[in-house]
Design a protein around this ligand. Structure first.
Ligand SMILES: [Zn+2]
Length: 66
């Protein structure tokens, strides 16, 4: 008997790693997807979807150089 209800796979929210703001997701995120925090504009990469984890995405330069 497990009293914990199943976690819905949609409408999740995650905490911004930069400012701790709650980021609402309209749908199930994909691993590697980039989400932007609307509070601090940080770009966060989804590194794991179960459980949902995010990390600050590396800044991507327009000029990749070599
Ligand atoms: Zn933030």
């Amino acid at each position: 008997m497990n009293p914990t209800p199943p976690t819905p796979q949609i409408a999740q929210s995650i905490e911004c790693t930069e400012c701790a703001a709650s980021i609402s997701l309209q749908r199930q995120p994909l691993c590697g997807e980039i989400v932007r925090c609307r509070e601090c504009q940080a770009e966060l990469e989804v590194t794991c979807v179960s459980p949902l984890r995010i990390e600050l995405a590396p800044e991507v330069e327009e000029d990749w150089g070599e």
